[in-house]
Design a protein around this ligand. Structure first.
Ligand code: HEC
Length: 204
């Protein structure tokens, strides 16, 4: 009932006043100036109820709307598969990461992201390590558990921020260590390159 009242008042005002159907601007008897929903007769949209939506940053005037993916479709990029602990242990480097591996590029990723804690030597003696007085110290990646871990395990430890971080992630808890969870910071490929880099340094 209220809606009918509102709409009829709106139409009376539109006919009584001076309404611009392209911009939605309206003037009633020279004293009231309003902006109403626009109903442009030309352009991509026959009826624009909320005129501000017409200028949505999502797409421009001459472009069609972004087509939504079909319902229940599965993203093929952007989401990484999460495995169980046993599956990670058996996980092997993807062929594409194997092919794109470049020693110098991997060394640079390590230098930028890991060396502050694990050190240029990979032995856990990075610049920051002496200030980390609480909690575990950065692991020695040459001689510690990483020395006989599988490539999938090292990948998981990097992804979830250390062995402890990974174990607790599997138990549904957050990472208590200072090591960042690199699955949010580096691509899957970059993390595999680091695995290969570390294993090379371990002479494997
Ligand atoms: C802010 C410091 C910090 C940074 C940066 C960091 N780590 Fe760590 N990392 C740690 C600490 C501390 C541990 C040991 C935590 C624990 O007790 O499990 C660890 C553990 C690990 C382990 C498990 C080794 C083991 O024997 O348990 C791996 C593998 C590892 N880091 C790789 C990396 C790589 C690769 C990078 C760079 C992408 C990196 N870390 C960046 C602090 C850091």
């Amino acid at each position: 009932m209220r809606l009918i009242f509102f709409l009829s008042t709106l139409f009376i005002l539109i006919f009584a006043g001076c309404y611009n159907n392209n911009t939605g601007e309206m003037e009633i008897l020279g004293f009231a100036h309003l902006t109403l929903p626009a109903f442009p007769e030309t352009g991509g949209h026959a009826v624009v109820v909320f005129s501000e939506m017409h200028y949505s940053p999502a797409y421009d005037d001459q472009e069609g709307p972004t087509i939504a993916p079909p319902g229940e479709s599965v993203p093929v990029t952007g989401r990484e598969i999460e495995y169980t602990a046993t599956e990670y242990e058996l996980l092997r480097m993807t062929r594409s990461s194997q092919n794109s591996y470049d020693y110098n590029a991997a060394a640079e990723i390590y230098r930028v992201n890991c060396s502050v804690c694990h050190g240029e030597s990979l032995q856990g003696d990075g610049e920051v390590s002496k200030y980390l007085t609480r909690g575990a110290s950065p692991a020695n990646l040459i001689e510690g558990s990483a020395a006989d871990a599988t490539e999938g395990e090292i990948f998981a430890w990097i992804s979830y921020g250390s062995r402890t971080g990974f174990a607790l992630e599997m138990a549904g808890q957050s990472n208590p260590t200072v090591m960042p969870t690199f699955n949010k910071l580096l691509t899957e490929e970059e993390r595999w390159h680091l695995v290969k880099y570390i294993m090379r340094k371990q002479n494997r």
